[in-house]
Design a protein. Structure first.
Length: 196
C-alpha cells in the first residue's frame, strides 16, 4: 500500500479539496483493487461489504485497546461540548446535504459521517487530541480501481502535533497495512463472483 503524492490526490475531482480548505492534509495512501466489475462506486462497495465483519490484526486490536485505555484515563476522547467547536459537518452546503447518502453525524465506528457521496466518503473525529477527518474515495481506471485513504488533521491545542508524531509510526507500519489488507479482502469477497 503506497503513500502517494499530494499532487496525484489533488488532481482527483473530489469535493473534499474545496470542502476542507484550510485543514492540513496529513497524508494520503492508495491501494489498487482488481477490475472485476465495471462501474462499482464506493457507496456500492460499502453497502456490499457492510455485513462483513471488519477484522483487524491482533496487533492492531491490542494497540487500539492500549490507546483507548490511555485515552480514557486522560480524557482524550471526550467530545467537546457542541457548539464549542465547529464540526466539519457545519461546512456542508444545501447541495452537499441533499447529495449525501448517509445523514451527517451518523456514527461509523470511532467516527461520525460528514458526508457519503457515490465515490467519496468523509468521516470525522473531534476530541482533545485532534480534529481529524478520514476520506475514502474510489476511482475506476482502465485497468483497476484505486482506493484512496486520506487523513486531514486540524490542531486543537499543543497536544495535537505531539500526539500525531507519536502515533504516526504505528499508523504507517502497523495500522494502515492491516486496514488495507482488510479493504482488499472485503473487495475480493464482494466481487469474487465477477472474476473474468
Amino acid at each position: 500500500m503506497p503513500k502517494i503524492s499530494t499532487q496525484e490526490f489533488e488532481r482527483l475531482p473530489l469535493r473534499v479539496h474545496d470542502f476542507l480548505t484550510g485543514v492540513p492534509l496529513h497524508d494520503v495512501w492508495a491501494v489498487d483493487l482488481p477490475l472485476r466489475k465495471c462501474g462499482v462506486t464506493l457507496a456500492e462497495f460499502l453497502l456490499a461489504t457492510s455485513a462483513q465483519p471488519f477484522s483487524l490484526s491482533p496487533a492492531v486490536r491490542l494497540l487500539l485497546y492500549i490507546r483507548f485505555s490511555v485515552g480514557k484515563i486522560f480524557g482524550w476522547d471526550r467530545e467537546p461540548a457542541v457548539p464549542a467547536r465547529e464540526t466539519f459537518a457545519d461546512r456542508l452546503t444545501a447541495a452537499d446535504r441533499s447529495n449525501t447518502l448517509v445523514p451527517p453525524g451518523t456514527k461509523d465506528g470511532f467516527f461520525r459521517v460528514v458526508y457519503r457521496f457515490e465515490n467519496e466518503q468523509l468521516l470525522e473525529v473531534l476530541n482533545r487530541t485532534a480534529h481529524a477527518a478520514a476520506l475514502d474515495a474510489l476511482v475506476e481506471t482502465p485497468t483497476a480501481y484505486r482506493y484512496y485513504f486520506a487523513v486531514y488533521v486540524k490542531n486543537v491545542g499543543r497536544l495535537t502535533p505531539i500526539y500525531m508524531n507519536l502515533i504516526d509510526p504505528v499508523r504507517r507500519l502497523i495500522v494502515y497495512p492491516s486496514l488495507f489488507r482488510g479493504v482488499q479482502a472485503r473487495w475480493d469477497h464482494a466481487f469474487r463472483e465477477n472474476l473474468n
